[in-house]
Design a protein around this ligand. Structure first.
Ligand SMILES: [Zn+2]
Length: 343
């Protein structure tokens, strides 16, 4: 019986070295060290032997089983390693189809960040679901103001929205004026820019979207004037469009500024009129003004001592002017034919 064990050992080891894949190895495991395999069969036969032989054969038989199990694990490891190596070679990726790039709105927003940061502005970010208090009340927009109506605003908590504790999807980035001063404990002089997504109940067409991006600017010091505003904004647009751009201000009304104005820039693409400026040589680009004393008070800034300007423009509009996009709906269309043009 000892001879049988020896032969079994030789045969099992010989066959194991010629196992080339997982399937052959599994067949080998079942044949030799499985529950009904050759080693178990042989050990089952020792019951008729003398006690002394039982002890010796039992010991050698179990030692052989352990040895074969160990060799089986080693072989399994080697085969797994080989097959995973082959796997890497066999799988290839179509890299050309998978290359992505930034969305035109992201490109435009990054450029806005970059230019204002170079002019000394801090970049701030805030919530899209906003308290009515920040979206309206603290910006000097009283409860009876038509902009607070359900016709313009997506209400999150409509029951209490006319009280300061209601919730809305912010209709503008202007709440960031107060929020950033509070959150960053800003004290004049400071300049801050807050780009972000805003929401309006607009009838969607080629120039109106219910969701778009704005950038809000605020600059306060003891001496900040409209001349400072003109310089900063002309520098911004000239850098953005890489052209000599001037701005002009037209009187307008926004509750959170006094005086308020609409800002037009000279067309960066022509001298005598073109399609982009509708042959007027001017393009309307943002609303702005000197911060209303009530708003300064709401920032805990003394309006007797400090003054500043605020402005708000649309990132989407800048991107449309820059890239010559004639339909705002394309930004959210997910149409790759449109998006691929900005790679
Ligand atoms: Zn033009």
């Amino acid at each position: 019986m000892e001879q049988q064990l020896e032969e079994l050992s030789k045969k099992a080891n010989g066959e194991l070295s010629s196992c080339e894949d997982a399937q052959a190895l599994e067949a080998w495991r079942v044949a030799y060290i499985g529950r009904s395999g050759a080693v178990s069969e042989l050990l089952r036969g020792i019951k008729d032997l003398s006690d002394e032989d039982k002890r010796v054969i039992g010991k050698n038989g179990n030692a052989l089983r352990r040895e074969l199990e160990e060799r089986y694990q080693e072989k399994l490891h080697v085969l797994e390693k080989a097959s995973s190596g082959r796997g890497v070679q066999a799988t290839s990726y179509d890299l050309e189809a998978g290359v992505g790039h930034l969305h035109p709105l992201t490109l435009t927003m990054s450029r806005v960040h970059e230019i204002f940061a170079s002019l000394g502005f801090i970049i701030a970010d805030g919530p899209e679901v906003e308290e009515a208090k920040f979206n309206f009340d603290l910006l000097n927009i009283p409860a009876e103001h038509p902009a607070r109506g359900e016709g313009d605003t997506f209400m999150v908590d409509p029951l209490s929205v006319n009280g300061a504790e209601g919730l809305v999807l912010r209709t503008q980035t202007s709440p960031m004026q107060i929020r950033s001063v509070e959150a960053m404990r800003l004290h004049p002089p400071f300049s801050v820019i807050a780009p972000g997504r805003v929401f309006r109940k607009e009838k969607v067409d080629a120039t109106h979207e219910s969701t778009f991006y704005q950038f809000e600017g605020l600059s306060v010091s003891e001496t900040t004037s409209i001349a400072d505003f003109k310089f900063i904004i002309e520098t911004f647009f000239s850098t953005f469009f890489n052209a000599e751009v001037t701005i002009r201000l037209r009187p307008s009304y926004f509750p959170f500024v006094e005086p308020g104005f609409e800002v037009d820039m000279s067309c960066p693409f022509c001298k005598t009129g073109c399609k982009v400026c509708k042959y007027s040589k001017w393009i309307e680009v943002m609303g702005a003004g000197m911060v209303h004393p009530n708003v300064l008070k709401n920032m805990n800034i003394d309006p007797e001592k400090y003054q500043g300007f605020a402005f708000g423009g649309a990132i989407d509009r800048l991107a449309m002017i820059q890239y010559g996009i004639n339909d705002i709906r394309l930004f959210w269309s997910g149409d790759v034919r449109f998006l691929r043009q900005f790679s």
